[in-house]
Design a protein around this ligand. Sequence first.
Ligand code: UD1
Ligand code: CA
Length: 433
Amino acid sequence: MKDKISIIILAAGKGSRMKSPKAKVLHSISGKPMLYHIIKASREISNDISVVIAHQKEEVQKQMESFFDDINFVVQDADNFPGTGGAMKNIAPKNEKVLVLNGDMPLITADALQGFLETQADIIMSIFDLQNPDGYGRVIIEDAQVQRIVEQKDASEDELEVTSVNAGIYAFSKDVIEKYIPLLENNNAQKEFYLTDVISMARADGLNIAPLLVDEEHFKGINSKLDLAVAEEIMQDKIKSFWMNAGVIMQLPATVYIEEGVLFEGECIVENGCRITGNTLIQNSIIKSGSVIEESIVKNSDVGPLAHLRPASHIEDTHIGNFVEVKKSTLKGVKAGHLSYLGDSIIDEGTNIGAGTITCNYDGIKKYQTIIGKNVFVGSDTQLIAPLTIEDDVMIAAGSTVTSGKVEKGSLAISRTKMKTIKDFYYKFFAKK
Ligand code: UD1
Ligand code: CA
């Protein structure tokens, strides 16, 4: 089945309406570049995928190659042949049927593309009917037939009123591409070669053009940062619905953000206001409100409220309480209930991290590790100056700064200036003023 259709993704444009130094197709939705989502859906239905690049082509190709190793990149001569039609100039698809996708439609899915596989015609084009057609090409239908597509910038007053718009996805027969792409011209408002002009040429030649009604939920094009935010919401709904159907409990899911790539296993609860990103795995755990978890593993644990697990944290059978930040650390069977920074550390079973414990892992030049053994009691407000190893069964007195590099098994470490009390000092001090 995958060798029936070739897919071409147009991703060479500047995307000037994004008002951004970043190429449009690299803007992310739920943690991955828009173009990633389109390629991912495409790979489910085809094994011949070409991506047309030009603007920031090295960066676009590099980022996509970090995810996929089976994509052909084709460079558009965008100076001489700008526009979606220009993008099709150097294309040599393998298969008889060719699906053309815009690179700015991150919401498409393999399911939503089925209609293009099933319909038979010289050209299948996608249409949606919108209350607000702003920004899209208008589809001019006469005598119950698609006649042509008019771009917004070229449209007359009357044409602007048309609410049937071109969603920007087409299936062409290979012959149509070979015949009409070389014939495109750029005598229009944008001085661009419009792929959409193929429609009127094919109509004039009496070819069979099949319109396919699609929905905005899957085919929305992203042109601005406002579109980006709207698409993000749709994608988030999809991701969260998937996980709730898979058994995750979410309280006020509208306030939760979960990136594509996050995995849940077992019984998990995600309270309101949490953000979970990267390739995080959460298994049989509770993530309490307002917590942020980035690229980490959390098993049989509870985290938060208001905790922050930064990348490469591995938390198992552990309690992480409020205002605790963990980075690149492995905690197994640990309690860190309040107000701590645990970075570049390994902390073992039965250990209690008191409130206000800080691993001082950075000296301004390098980062160092803190290794804490089993059943250690770290008193509150302690600074652990790394590199440091604290062996099993150690007690660290509250308020200590541990600088020794190592604390041996079974010891007490205490570093405090001796306390003194001066009787009636208060009364004398304030009496003077
Ligand atoms: C295009 C359609 C419009 C349709 C809309 C749907 C044309 C002329 N217009 O308009 O009818 O309603 O999509 O979303 O096709 N690109 C290139 N090379 C270029 C220019 C663009 O590869 O020289 C790529 C872009 O990276 C983008 C896609 O083509 O992914 C669409 O380009 P864009 O400028 O967003 O087209 P629209 O104006 O939205
Ligand atoms: Ca667009």
